[in-house]
Design a protein around this ligand. Structure first.
Ligand code: UDP
Length: 491
């Protein structure tokens, strides 16, 4: 019985990992499974408003619990309170944070002994968690926050190129053996793929202990790649997304991922959006951890100013705006009602799903990509780091619902990246938001993909069915026990 199951969720400490994991916990709770999200004390304020509001949803058959652990910051040499990647200056400060999260192992181990869950859903960045779970005879599932396509392409490219001993990172290569024509530079692959380190070796090793992977995606989106993947008896994938679609009400869309301190109320955003024509507004947001140079921010401002379209631009933690915003921009562009600047956290789901929004400039973090897909909104892709250049290919080359802005250099740090000038941005915006035949076709494809995404999570849809299979598997594992689950018993 699903009602007898208890699952612990252990998301990595960054918004892009915690937000979808909470959505996933919610999905399980909606199916009658007891769900507990484990985080650190410093991250409770970020998750609590979302979890508290989710728990008021009458359709949840179990409330979601939050369980905090103490993160030993000072022991790991990071400042107290730096408990989230978003607090660090650059995404590649990741390894400073993992030095601290590695120290969660003993308290997580104790937690497993105390709570004796039936399964743990762990993040990629906790390579120790699958070992601790195995020692406690608890099955673990991976939730890495990425799609299937990006890892399939990485595998193909790395196998081929490394086998030939030819790692020329700036050469443009065509990815062999896939249905679409995709060209990429090896230097655009995730940094650790090309420069494996001690931590990434531990991650790879930890994957041998997982029972399978839960993917925040839906089968129809990646069919070409899923169907051609070699079958593995030991490693299964369940495509259960888009998990963001769990947030149905306006209040959930508003509060998701914020500490209750989104920059402005729902009314503030809605009343502005409601003054705009359907599909006329461009939404610009680069996720939760990326930073830009002042020069790049100024070029974005100029590009948005030069384009005719109204926009909402999430500048996030871009420092003192007076230091980079072109003179007069605030009075003329913001004050004149053409644009809205969000300094801090924006309710992305609320904005993307508003009928006034017709385009999204995205850094191609997987959550943002999938949220755009689910909302049926076409995109301008501006990848920065991690697997974002691959996500760009999925949106632009495979599903043709986006335009690439033309970034060619990967960079964790703002100053390492390709500079995009204001004309490039204006041109891409005009093309995306314009009324030409191609733009209409792109909009249509995005809309249809959104409809497919929404159907996938409804009863009978592919993601809904995958959840059912996954729950059945967890019930089976609970019955037979992980240690007695030999190869013959696996389906
Ligand atoms: N997000 C948001 N408001 C913001 C910035 C980000 O709601 O102002 C959410 C966004 O909807 C997504 C997540 O934060 O769910 C960011 O994840 P993504 O994978 O897109 O990028 P990352 O932040 O990991 O680079």
């Amino acid at each position: 019985m699903a009602d007898d199951l208890h699952i612990l969720f252990l998301p990595f400490l960054s918004p892009g990992h915690m937000i979808p994991m909470v959505d996933l916990a919610r999905l399980f709770a909606g199916r009658g499974i007891k769900a507990t999200v484990v985080t650190t004390t410093g991250n409770v304020p970020l998750l609590k408003p979302t979890v508290d509001l989710a728990n008021t949803d009458a359709s949840l058959r179990h409330t979601i619990q939050l369980l905090p652990l103490r993160l030993p910051c000072s022991e790991a040499g990071i400042p107290e309170g730096y408990e989230n990647l978003a607090a660090f200056p650059n995404p590649d400060d990741l390894f400073q944070l993992t030095a601290a999260t590695d120290r969660l192992e003993p308290s997580f181990s104790l937690l497993l002994k105390t709570h004796r869950p039936d399964c743990v859903v762990v993040d990629f960045f906790y390579p120790w968690a699958t070992r601790v779970a195995q020692e406690a005879s608890v099955p673990s599932l991976l939730f890495d926050g990425c799609n299937f396509f990006s890892s399939a392409v990485v595998d193909i490219v790395i196998d081929g190129e490394l086998n030939q001993g030819d790692l020329e990172t700036e050469r443009l290569i065509e990815v062999p053996g896939i249905p679409q024509k995709i060209h990429l530079k090896l230097s655009n692959l995730p940094y650790v793929v090309l420069h494996p380190n001690e931590f990434s070796h531990r991650v790879v090793e930890s994957l041998h202990r997982i029972h399978g992977t839960v993917v925040n995606s839906f089968y129809e989106l990646e069919r070409d790649y899923v169907d051609r993947a070699p079958n593995s008896r030991d490693h299964r994938f369940w495509f259960v997304g888009p998990v963001s679609l769990q947030n149905r009400g306006m209040d959930m869309k508003m509060v998701r991922g914020s500490s209750g301190a989104a920059s402005g109320s729902a009314d503030h955003f809605l009343s502005w959006l409601e003054t705009k024509r359907p599909r006329s507004v461009l939404y610009v947001c680069f996720g939760s951890v990326a930073r830009f140079t002042a020069t790049q921010l100024r070029e974005i401002a100029r590009g948005l100013d030069a384009s005719d379209r109204p926009f909402i631009w999430v500048v996030g933690k871009a420092g003192e705006i007076s230091e980079w915003l072109p003179e007069g921009f605030e009075n003329r562009v913001v004050g004149g009602g053409k644009g809205m600047l969000v300094q801090g956290w924006a309710p992305q789901l609320l904005i993307l799903n508003h009928e006034a929004v017709g385009g999204f400039v995205t850094h191609c973090g997987w959550n943002s990509c999938l949220e755009a897909i689910a909302a049926g909104v076409p995109v301008i892709t501006w990848p920065l780091f991690a697997e974002q250049f691959l996500n760009e290919k999925l949106l632009v080359n495979v599903h043709r619902m986006g335009i690439s802005i033309g970034v060619i250099s990967y960079g964790n740090k703002a100053e390492e990246r390709t500079m995009v000038n204001s004309e490039q941005l204006k041109e891409a915006v005009d093309e995306l938001m314009g009324s030409g035949e191609e733009a209409e076709e792109r909009r249509k494809r995005a809309r249809e993909l959104g409809e497919t995404a929404r159907r996938a999570i409804e009863e009978g849809g592919s993601s809904h069915q995958a959840m059912t299979c996954l729950i059945e598997e967890l019930i089976r594992l609970k019955t037979v026990g992980l240690n007695r689950d030999n190869g013959d018993e696996k389906k």
